[in-house]
Ligand binder design. Structure first.
Ligand SMILES: [Zn+2]
Length: 88
């Protein structure tokens, strides 16, 4: 097996995931990607100014590959990735 292939999960930190998303967005082009940011447990706000509620899991968990509003490639930004320390 090639050393260039990294396993999914496990070895990637938040910074590496961030960079990977950024590269994906650059590759897709600014007008072709739509980032869905999880703002609450089941509410996702879209780059194109809409919001979508999912009952279970994220957009990718629900086999959503493109934004249903603007047609851009759906990039998922989960709540856990964007929040600061938020201990109760
Ligand atoms: Zn969109």
């Amino acid at each position: 097996m090639s050393d260039n292939i990294k396993p999914i999960g496990g070895s990637w930190g938040a910074a590496e995931c961030d960079r990977a998303w950024q590269e994906l967005r650059d590759w897709l082009g600014p007008s072709r990607a739509c980032v869905w940011t999880q703002s609450e447990y089941d509410l996702w706000e879209t780059d194109c100014g809409n919001a979508f509620q999912l009952n279970d899991g994220g957009p990718h968990d629900n086999d959503m590959a493109i934004c249903c509003y603007c047609g851009g490639a759906l990039v998922e930004q989960a709540y856990e990735d964007v929040r600061d320390d938020d201990e109760e």
